[in-house]
Design a protein around this ligand. Sequence first.
Ligand SMILES: [Zn+2]
Length: 79
Amino acid sequence: MIFAPRPRYRQRVMQPAPETSRVATSRVACDGASEIPGGAALGHPRVYLEIDEKGYVDCGYCDRRFILTGGAADAEAAR
Ligand SMILES: [Zn+2]
């Protein structure tokens, strides 16, 4: 397999939400590194986010998107 180099901005355009997590509750916490063992120093101050009726919320620090399982955004993702 060949990996062709691409301009970084193009990747951002094609991937508006670089990281997504599906969660079961509408209230989530993000510190940017919760999935990296011992990686807290790589993240950001922990913030608590509330998923609204749209079914998702984006972290203002790291752009991670939290999608509520079974919510409106989750149904869209399943198409
Ligand atoms: Zn975050």
